[in-house]
Design a protein around this ligand. Structure first.
Ligand code: ADP
Ligand code: ZN
Length: 622
């Protein structure tokens, strides 16, 4: 049941396609969705593990609309609930949310409505599950389905543990009739998966893990010295497009934000040091396309469903691949091409180590557990650093990291699009290892390189390192080249760098390879960019939008203006009216009638009724 091969539905309820089209405007299910929906409709519990943007919500929203009773969705974030409910209401589905952002009066009103059968779907925060009011409501209600969003919050292993999630299983047990229980997450590690299965009390669930590959995302790493200038250039190259810039610290958020504002770019900022009113306001400005660039720490983004984010730029390297992929994954949720760019500088490693070492430990953990978590974090940081320094396909690196098999190079990442040349570095490697040995494995990269290049720096002369045999043995190489070689040797386990505040170079476990005359060590280095970066970003980025002819493009801009007007009037984010993808499809198909309009991807009955006429007017050239 758990294979990832193409799926043939034998389900008699073909109406799910009708529901999908009618309410969401989509013709086809994405990978994994149909199976999960079929199982839910058959009354079986399910666990869906799918990357961000894969379309988890549809998996419970479609059955919710088809089952007789009410669906309760447990969700950890207020913004996420609000967004989903707005979106459902737009599609003509009656839904509501109950959480701490509502007043007591509003909550009572929502419950009254719920008791009168107004809502098909109710979103609720986990902490509200055992409140008397809610329990009273469910006692008399027909609950068909309970859906747990962000299910990894139940696990203490992850970073998002939420104690309220522990009350989900007891809540489900309390219900008179056991509903179908389904859980969704983007976190695929073994520990988290086991926690979900066991703590949520899923009963013989059908588990579906979809591929982690997001084909519409272009991955790139760039080693940059002057991050500010590069950032400005990057944002300018992507003018008019929505993007998120993630920084490691509040300080750098402020710095980048001010720089962009002073250059006249419509930027917003977000970090935990700001007041909640300002944070909410800035978040809305970004969601409503009033500000196009969001500069933020990782405090921003959980539950942000903005589908037209065209790039995610990491100003600093994050702490782990898990964090990176989750944050980068916020680009291109509408399925259109988008870019994930990471600006790397070796200093990022130092900053992150500092952050990991000074992280407050959780009270409920023993010292031993805290130490093992720290060790795990350091290992994750190392894997993240390798991502930034590898010369191999970045997508493959990501997929392998998440335990997937890869087939060939992707052709859509900065490494695949860069030409590299192989150098034999065996001889240089021998000299470096000798220098490390002569220095008794007690010094860091700078001293080792200084010795090899015959530096006259005070520290070298004072210690009489100029008397070493390896002193001045590699003067012909630039410092940066030797750094690259040392990085490669660390990667190959020929050298080893300690994790201290002042990391020291030691001989690694695989150094014996150098003793073998037959062995050669190679290093890849860049020849030149196959395509210059600017060309690549503006060219690749919006392939589909780029495919539009000038005339179609003019239509796109007109439709976009109309979309913004409607969004302002209705107080919803523009992408909730129609996604970029839907507008592009309109420009390609150029529907002239309502029937033709209904064929456009993302146009369902409800939206056709609401907006069809206005958009058709433009498309008919009226
Ligand atoms: P997740 O929760 O997995 O991160 P969402 O449920 O927010 O992802 O879906 C991401 C985007 O994909 C949304 O804009 C959603 O409308 C869209 N989407 C979901 N399913 C489909 C589908 N079958 N066809 C087209 N678009 C879809
Ligand atoms: Zn690649």
């Amino acid at each position: 049941m758990n294979s990832n091969q193409s799926y043939q539905s034998n389900h008699p309820l073909a109406d799910k396609y009708v529901t999908l089209k009618k309410h969401f405007g989509y013709e086809d299910f994405r990978e994994g969705q149909e199976e999960l929906i079929d199982c839910i409709l058959d009354g079986r519990d399910v666990l869906g593990i799918m990357p961000t943007g894969a379309g988890k919500s549809i998996c419970y929203q479609v059955p919710a609309l088809m089952l007789d009773g009410i669906t309760v969705v447990i969700s950890p974030l207020i913004s996420l609930m609000k967004d989903q409910v707005t979106s459902l209401n737009q599609s003509g589905v009656h839904a509501a949310y109950i959480n701490s952002s509502l007043t007591e009066n509003q909550i009572n009103k929502a419950f009254d409505n719920a008791e009168n059968g107004v809502y098909k779907i109710i979103y609720i925060a986990p902490e509200r599950l055992d409140t008397p009011r809610f329990l009273h409501f469910v006692e008399n209600a027909d609950i068909s389905l309970v859906a747990v969003d962000e299910a990894h919050c139940v696990s203490q292993w992850g970073q998002d543990f939420r104690p309220g999630y522990l009350s989900i299983a007891p809540f489900v047990e309390k219900l008179q009739k056991r509903p179908v229980l389904c859980a969704f997450t983007a976190t695929a590690t073994k520990e988290v998966k086991e926690d979900i299965l066991c703590i949520l009390g899923l009963c013989d669930p059908y588990t579906r893990i979809t591929g982690f590959d997001r084909k519409n995302l272009y991955f790139a790493v760039k080693h940059v010295k002057d991050k500010r200038t590069e950032t400005l250039r990057y944002v300018r190259e992507h003018e008019g497009q929505c993007g998120i810039i993630y920084c490691a610290t509040r300080g750098s958020v402020e710095e980048v934000y001010e720089m962009l504002c002073s250059e006249g770019i419509a930027a917003a900022r977000y970090h935990a040091g700001m007041g909640s009113t300002e944070r909410t306001q800035n978040q809305e400005d970004f969601i409503y396309d009033i500000k196009t660039v969001m500069v933020a720490t990782n405090a921003f983004g959980m539950g942000i469903d903005k589908s037209n984010v065209r790039y995610v730029l990491h100003y600093n390297m994050p702490q782990s691949m898990e964090n990176y992929y989750q944050e980068a994954g916020r680009a291109g949720r509408d399925g259109e091409n988008a870019e994930c760019m990471l600006f790397y500088a070796p200093k990022d490693v130092v900053t992150n180590k500092f952050l990991i070492e000074n992280k407050e430990s959780k009270k409920e953990l023993t010292d031993e557990e805290t130490a093992s978590i720290r060790e795990r974090d350091i290992k994750r940081l190392r894997d993240m650093t390798y991502y930034c320094t590898t010369k191999d396909c970045l997508r493959n690196y990501i997929l392998r990291y998440f335990g997937e098999k890869v087939h060939g190079e992707c052709g859509n990442c900065s490494n695949c699009l860069t030409e590299y040349e192989q150098h034999d570095i065996t001889e240089i490697a021998r000299k470096i290892v000798n220098a490390v040995y002569e220095l008794h494995q007690r010094f860091g990269i700078n001293i080792v390189i200084g010795v090899l290049r015959g530096s006259r720096a005070a520290r070298i002369l004072e210690n009489h390192f100029d008397e070493l045999k390896t002193y001045g043995s590699l003067t012909q190489y630039a410092e940066s080249t030797l750094r690259q070689v040392i990085d490669t040797l660390i990667w190959e386990n020929i050298l080893y760098q300690t994790e201290d505040d002042y990391p020291v170079l030691r001989i690694g476990s695989d150094y014996t390879r150098l003793k073998d005359e037959e062995t050669h060590i190679y290093m890849k280095s860049e020849i030149r960019h196959a395509k210059e970066n600017t060309e690549k970003s503006s060219g690749k980025q919006l392939v589909r939008r780029g495919e539009l002819s000038t005339e179609q493009h003019q239509y796109f801009e007109k439709l976009r203006v109309l979309r913004t007007e409607i969004a302002r009037k209705e107080h919803v984010p523009p992408y909730i009216v129609f996604s970029d993808k839907t507008l592009i499809d309109m420009c390609i198909r150029m529907p002239q009638t309502k029937e033709e309009m209904l064929k456009v991807n993302g146009v369902g009955d409800n939206k056709l009724q609401r907006y069809g006429a206005d958009f058709l007017k433009i498309l008919r050239g009226e």
